[in-house]
Design a protein around this ligand. Sequence first.
Ligand SMILES: Cc1cc2nc3c(=O)[nH]c(=O)nc-3n(C[C@H](O)[C@H](O)[C@H](O)COP(=O)(O)O)c2cc1C
Length: 180
Amino acid sequence: MKKMFLLCAAFFAAMVSVVGFGARAEASGRILVAYFSYQGHTANVAREIAAQTGGDLFEIKPSVPYPGYDECLDVAKAEKNNNARPGIDGRVENMADYDVVFVGYPIWWYDAPMIVLSFLESYDFSGKTVIPFATSGGSPIEESTDSVSASSAGAMVGEGLLINNTDEIAPWLSKLGYAK
Ligand SMILES: Cc1cc2nc3c(=O)[nH]c(=O)nc-3n(C[C@H](O)[C@H](O)[C@H](O)COP(=O)(O)O)c2cc1C
């Protein structure tokens, strides 16, 4: 009787570990690559990250498109000074399905564009990992990752990377363990 019980317990433990492990392995594959891009550089990097991770892509599109470059500099600066949260066209309806969310953006005025904060503040990231990446004309990403962290409720925010050269993507993803 005791032997039978031990056998059943061992079988049950084995089933739990197989099912549990399977669920985790599948979950770690659910990757979203969300990005905002004004001139296309960040979009290019985002597409490459999605291709190399097998993740889904989501473009953060402003509900009011940004104007031409010179005017955009002023609009972006005013948004930052006013701590604005510009509107977004569309949303990720199935955010609950993702475990890892890469969030990409161009550095605007040494920081993340305010529309990226609008995006991040629209979801509950509890239990998810948010990984920032950015392109820029030379400014580093570090200052912007504080803003990303503050707006990503519940998330574990991973170390971000400034990617001005797409050759840096593959080694970075391998280091993080997200390469396909
Ligand atoms: C409104 C605005 C502000 C910018 N501010 C900065 C900045 O502070 N530092 C920097 O290095 N580049 C700055 N740039 C340049 C962009 O970060 C850079 O060109 C980026 O790669 C553009 O990405 P995108 O093509 O995805 O829009 C700025 C560009 C714009 C339009």
